[in-house]
Each structure stands twice: as structure tokens, then as C-alpha cells.
Design a protein around this ligand. Sequence first.
Ligand SMILES: Cc1ncc(COP(=O)(O)OP(=O)(O)O)c(N)n1
Ligand SMILES: Cc1nc(C(=O)O)sc1CCOP(=O)(O)O
Ligand SMILES: [Mg+2]
Length: 219
Amino acid sequence: MNVSPRPPLPQGPYLLCDDSIRPELPLVDKAGRLLEGGARVIQLRMKHAPPREALAAARAVVALCRRAGAVCLINDRVDLALLSDAHGVHVGDEDLPPEAARELLGPGRYVGVTARGTEGAKAARAAGADYVGVGPLFGTTTKVVAAPVLGLEAFRRVVADSPLPVVGIGGVGLSNIASVAATGAHGAAVVSDALLAQDIAERVRQLAAAFDSARGTGL
Ligand SMILES: Cc1ncc(COP(=O)(O)OP(=O)(O)O)c(N)n1
Ligand SMILES: Cc1nc(C(=O)O)sc1CCOP(=O)(O)O
Ligand SMILES: [Mg+2]
């Protein structure tokens, strides 16, 4: 029997806890609000925190997530994932290759990889990834992405053809998360729409309800 050492990544909204949005709010507070709203997957994305602050934040956020029964992935940094006992990492073209991340993390943790289309998803699978983050799905102002916006139709084709679960990213929010769920995507990654909300926890609840209502309907 072939038993995976990692349970499948929970489906639904995939929330990024990002230090570039509302930088005045500590990462651990952001994570607490995301978890209060029921977040089941959090990616800690730190592009500005100096190394010691980043390590402390990773340890604190991972501990919070574990207490809440949520999965915590660290963006880019395999070293911080190991030091903080995170559930895994998310890596892209400018980070360690997924094979190296897998080698360091072993079979018990998740490796997520950025892909721009089906070919990237196939390569990620061959490299030992668990899921692919595919984007930019819609226009985003959170990051300058050196790839064209996919749009829903192209994204739907990637979801259909990908050998790995697909998490859509880029411009996803309450106004369109149902359309992402309807494609059959495993998850929908949300950054600014949640973190800029006045009530972050309530926004996460709304995102989850919208995703669940449309999951795989193909509408
Ligand atoms: C779920 C998810 N998908 C894609 C990305 C982008 O990762 P990457 O290409 O490494 O870019 P940065 O996030 O490091 O700027 C992601 N973070 N999460
Ligand atoms: C971090 C990131 N990666 C992307 C990619 O397409 O690879 S888009 C993105 C930012 C998404 O932020 P928002 O939800 O605020 O649009
Ligand atoms: Mg990266």
C-alpha cells in the first residue's frame, strides 16, 4: 500500500501572512486574525523582515498555527521552515529548487512550487512538489509579476491538466473567489483582500463561505 507521509493540503482559501501589507501590524497579530477567521492554510511571506526578526516571527506564527490545527508554510526560506518546525515551504524560480527543498525537508513536509502553466505543473510534480501556486490569475498590485495575467479560462485549463493540486494566486478576493473555486482549483491564495480588510477574521470567514458555495461547480 502506498501511504503518503503528508495528508493532502486542506482545500479552500489559502491565506498569505505578508509583511509588506499593513507593515505596522505585527505578523503574529495578522496570523492570529487569519486563524480567528478559520484559516486552515497560512503562508508566511516575509520580504522585509531582517533574519532574526524573521526567525522569531516564523517560530511564533508556526506555534499559533499548530495550536489552531492549521498548516503553516514558509515562503522562500527552507532554513526558516526547518528552524521553526513549519509544515513546509513555498518556492518559486528565484528560490532553492524544489528538489533541494524536498531533500532538506524530507517526506513529512509540504513543498509548494510556483508554476505559470501546465508544463510548470508537470515539472513541479517531477521535482517532488505537493501542489502548485499558479498565477497571476488576475491583475495584482501586491507584487510585480514577470508573467502575463492568465485569466479564468486559461487557469481552468491548467487546473484540468495539472498533475498536482492547483492553488490560484494573484488578485483573488471576495469578488471573484467563487469563480476560482468553480474551476475545480484546490485552493485560492489571498493576500491583500484579506489583510487590508477592516475585520480580517470576518473577511476570511466570507472567503471560505464563498469558496465552499462554488467548489467545483464549473460555473
Ligand atoms: C501559493 C503561492 N503561489 C505562488 C507564489 C509566488 O511565489 P514566488 O514565485 O516564489 O514569488 P514570491 O512569493 O517569493 O515573491 C506564492 N508565494 N504562493
Ligand atoms: C505573491 C504573489 N505571487 C504571484 C504570482 O503570480 O506568482 S501574485 C502574488 C501576489 C498576490 O497578491 P494579491 O492577493 O494581493 O493580489
Ligand atoms: Mg519565492
